[in-house]
Design a protein around this ligand. Sequence first.
Ligand SMILES: CC(C)(COP(=O)(O)OP(=O)(O)OC[C@H]1O[C@@H](n2cnc3c(N)ncnc32)[C@H](O)[C@@H]1OP(=O)(O)O)[C@@H](O)C(=O)NCCC(=O)NCCS
Length: 220
Amino acid sequence: MFIIFHIYTMALNPTYTIHIIPKSCSDPSSWATLVAKQKALRLLSLLTAPESFSSTYEREIVFTWAEWEARLQHPFVYTLVAVKTPSASNDSALQDLIDGEWVGCSVLLDISRLSNPSSSKTEIAEKSNLAGTFEINGLFVSPEARGHGLGGALIEASISHAQGVVAQEGDEKVLVRALVRRGNEQALKLYGKMKFAARHDPTMANSMTNEDSIILYMDR
Ligand SMILES: CC(C)(COP(=O)(O)OP(=O)(O)OC[C@H]1O[C@@H](n2cnc3c(N)ncnc32)[C@H](O)[C@@H]1OP(=O)(O)O)[C@@H](O)C(=O)NCCC(=O)NCCS
């Protein structure tokens, strides 16, 4: 149930576009570029905003190439990036991804599928209250690109993509959540602006993350 990534391309202004990274690519050299750019941006995020994430630069710098590839290929994980191109571009989404500068990212997890990978949609709904739940992870905008709406656009594009995934299965209802570290005022303000609100989540009651993070749900 892969979704063609360029359908979800969203033009922001002449220079920035949000793309979803394809899970495969027929040209090995293009694929290698996508993997390398994803790796570079993720490591930059861990280096420049270590307090925002639960993982660390030291942990991920030693990841193998196969691990970076696996992140992009995972069937229930979608990586979105904000790409800066020199001018309004008529290039394909793939060409934009290859030629453009990646200045922001978010990772969308299909939590219901990740929790029950082999179950059907109905089984998931029966077994858990996670049906249709997605989580935005790893949201990052490089420091020089901040304040132009890219963080908000990445959140909005992630929500749209989650809605597209559930719509393919004939559902309308999607729950989108995010974990934000206590004290991360920029992210809390941004998610608040995007109409996310703190909500008790019984499925995460025993999670370590509850202590140092706030769980926000899209509340629209
Ligand atoms: C949080 C982050 C993604 C925002 O990216 P961005 O592209 O600057 O965000 P946008 O331009 O879309 O959003 C701007 C909104 O964010 C909030 N914001 C941005 N910078 C802020 C700051 N310095 N102080 C307080 N709020 C701030 C405001 O709500 C602002 O809206 P406003 O301009 O109407 O006041 C970026 O600061 C970042 O990458 N931070 C480090 C990593 C991180 O904390 N990620 C979140 C993990 S949950």
